[in-house]
Design a protein around this ligand. Structure first.
Ligand code: HEC
Length: 221
């Protein structure tokens, strides 16, 4: 569900950006007749706009209270772009069209990098509300090879979609699991509680499945 929504969101935003780019180019090179024809498809912008906000709003809601600032700023900028875009093409105002286009490129970039200033450091999550804080000592008993087998199965069916087969996929800005500093007990606590987009698994998986997948994460390193 989350993944499908993210893909739809990216697709809609890309279409919006391309359409805006196309219209801006027509405006800049004074192809006003062609632009008027393109603008006859009045519904394209509102439809894409609503889809963009609806899918984006859903994704934002997944984060709950943990939504990073850049996502809120993005939302505000989108709400600014839409009226600027509408006025720009209505009044055939080149400067406004360029502003709308640049702002759209900017938020596209912000989303890719996950930072308003495109800096890497800013994207590192603050650890103060980490679910790992309440970790309780976990001792795993049983045949390690069996546990790892279960762990791998759980990982591939539940975790791979965001974290990738090798733990490095980073969908939704999830951290590279091969670089994780969490110990086994902390990972178990994390997987149980989840955080932001990362689902809580305490009611989805059994305690032994959670322990198994937490142990399996060492195999990715
Ligand atoms: C919908 C996407 C998604 C799925 C599915 C998912 N995760 Fe995550 N995971 C994330 C995100 C995003 C974060 C970072 C959350 C944050 O810091 O706010 C994360 C963080 C983690 C962390 C913390 C790493 C660290 O060092 O900080 C661990 C461990 C982890 N995930 C394990 C798993 C396991 C195991 C599964 C499967 C049972 C799983 N995840 C499923 C998105 C996901």
């Amino acid at each position: 569900m989350e993944i499908g929504m993210l893909h739809t969101h990216v697709l809609v935003v890309t279409l919006f950006l391309l359409f805006l780019l196309f219209k801006t180019v027509l405006l800049l090179i004074n192809k006003n007749e062609l632009l008027a024809k393109v603008r006859k498809f009045k519904m394209i912008d509102p439809i894409l706009g609503v889809l963009m906000l609806a899918t984006g709003g859903y994704l934002l809601s997944l984060y709950g209270a943990a939504a990073p600032t850049y996502l809120w700023v993005k939302l505000v900028i989108v709400l600014i772009i839409i009226p600027i875009g509408i006025v720009a093409f209505k009044k055939e105002n080149k400067a406004m069209a360029i502003i709308a286009l640049l702002l759209t490129f900017y938020i596209y970039g912000v989303s890719e990098v996950g930072s308003l200033t495109f800096s890497k450091e800013e994207t590192v999550a603050v650890a103060d509300d980490s679910p790992a804080q309440n970790a309780q000592e976990v001792v795993i008993e049983g045949e390690t090879s069996d546990i790892l087998k279960t762990g791998k199965e759980v990982y591939l069916s539940e975790c791979k979609k965001c974290h990738g087969k090798d733990g490095k996929k980073g969908l939704f800005k999830s951290p590279d699991l091969t670089e994780s500093k969490l110990n086994l007990s902390e990972r178990v606590a994390w997987i149980k509680k989840g955080k932001g987009v990362m689902p809580a698994y305490e009611n989805e998986l059994s305690a032994s499945e959670i322990e198994a997948v937490a142990l399996y994460l060492d195999e990715l390193k």
